[in-house]
Design a protein. Structure first.
Length: 229
């Protein structure tokens, strides 16, 4: 959020000044980046169709991981922006906003999908079924992002969440045709055009479900509809 000041000279020679707050929205920018990275993966995969695994895959992996991280960042940034909006219904339900949201045990410290559940409850709407869609795919997307950001070798003994994620993702999208069948699922085989398409669709579908349930922040979500999913 930033402050804007405007000075206008009226026809009567009077100087009129006004100030206000401009609320920045970076969730949309994250999603725009995800769609851009998705398109780059599709282009590179098509351009190298039929070729054996080679140096070109480094670019595919860069754009693929960028798509995953940007889409997950969009999900998290979007619910944060809904809570922080000074004119939104969520903030009005937090009388001690600094403590209840930003405090040590505040909402800001909760996992991103839990923030959506908290928001739904605060707005008097039923929570999303965590064992059904679109929550389950959104969970897998966030875990896929986490597996990249906090990467651990597959032999790490503390990897059960990654195993669970792979089970959820199995069959969701076609894997990359370039790495061999024994390559790492997260960092190699999920770097495909089909995977990045799934990533973008999953993020948009999850956020859309939230807005359809709450009938709130419609103008905030409207910008996402122009993004090609």
């Amino acid at each position: 959020m930033s402050h804007a000041h405007i000075a206008v000279a009226s026809p009567l020679g009077l100087n009129v000044q006004a100030s206000g707050r401009v609320i920045a929205s970076f969730a949309w920018q994250h999603m725009k980046a995800a769609t851009t990275f998705r398109d780059q993966v599709a282009s590179l995969e098509a351009a190298n169709f039929g070729r054996e695994f080679g140096p070109f895959f480094e670019d595919i992996r860069s754009y693929g991981s960028g798509c995953i991280m940007s889409a997950a960042a969009s999900i998290e940034a979007h619910i944060n922006e809904c809570f922080i909006d000074p004119h939104g219904p969520l903030r009005k339900k937090l009388p001690d906003f600094e403590s209840q949201f930003w405090g040590r045990r505040g909402i800001e410290w909760k996992p991103p999908l839990e923030k959506y559940q908290i928001a739904l409850e605060m707005l008097g709407q039923p929570k999303l079924d965590e064992q059904a869609q679109p929550f389950k795919d959104a969970w897998a997307l966030v875990e896929l992002r986490n597996a990249l950001v906090h990467y651990k070798p597959t032999w790490d003994p503390d990897r059960q969440r990654t195993v669970d994620m792979i089970e959820v993702l199995s069959g969701k999208y076609e894997l990359s045709p370039f790495p061999d069948a024994g390559a790492d699922f997260v960092t190699m085989r999920s770097m495909s055009a089909a995977a990045t398409r799934w990533v973008v669709v999953t993020a948009l579908r999850f956020m859309k479900e939230f807005h359809q349930r709450t009938c709130q922040y419609e103008s905030k979500f409207a910008g996402f509809s122009c993004l090609d999913a």
